[in-house]
Ligand binder design. Sequence first.
Ligand code: COA
Length: 156
Amino acid sequence: MLQSKGKEKTQTPVRIIEFELRYLEKICEIENSSFPEPFSNRYLADLGKLYSATFLIAERNYEAIGYIVAKTDCSRAHILSIAVENNWRRKRIGFILLQMLIIKLKSKKINEIILEVEKNNIPAKTLYERVGFKLIKEIKNYYLNGEDALAYYFKI
Ligand SMILES: CC(C)(COP(=O)(O)OP(=O)(O)OC[C@H]1O[C@@H](n2cnc3c(N)ncnc32)[C@H](O)[C@@H]1OP(=O)(O)O)[C@@H](O)C(=O)NCCC(=O)NCCS
């Protein structure tokens, strides 16, 4: 929370916007600090170019504090990454990013979403289930470190 010059307290709003290149560096920082096997900066930049409409950023004071990115084909979306900066977690940013993505996909006539999540990732699993994603299968040794994944599905 920011404090104005007077006594009155002000709160700078968090906005959800589509991908812009100026946020890439911070997105890469959040990605690197959130995952043991992060996407490379180059890959995230490519996703920003290819899927800018479904690469949503939560920003405050022109600084990214979270993001979600999905690649899409004609009827299906695949969520590739979602992360919120550590000190902004548990403030509904992830939930809002996911909801805004669903709205965006619906407007593009996309009606299915799939994703994979590490089996022991309680925060992410709880978030997806809370939004209404259904567990469809377990995928053994999905990650490079040998961890298993759970695949989830959402019908828009
Ligand atoms: C997963 C992640 C994006 C959630 O973002 P967030 O902004 O903290 O989540 P929200 O505040 O929107 O939480 C929404 C709901 O998800 C669940 N949830 C979120 N974090 C949780 C946690 N640590 N433990 C249990 N449930 C959690 C809760 O049900 C929560 O609702 P509540 O706060 O009313 O109880 C965030 O923890 C993160 O960046 N993790 C590291 C990256 C990652 O693992 N990404 C997922 C890849 S598949």
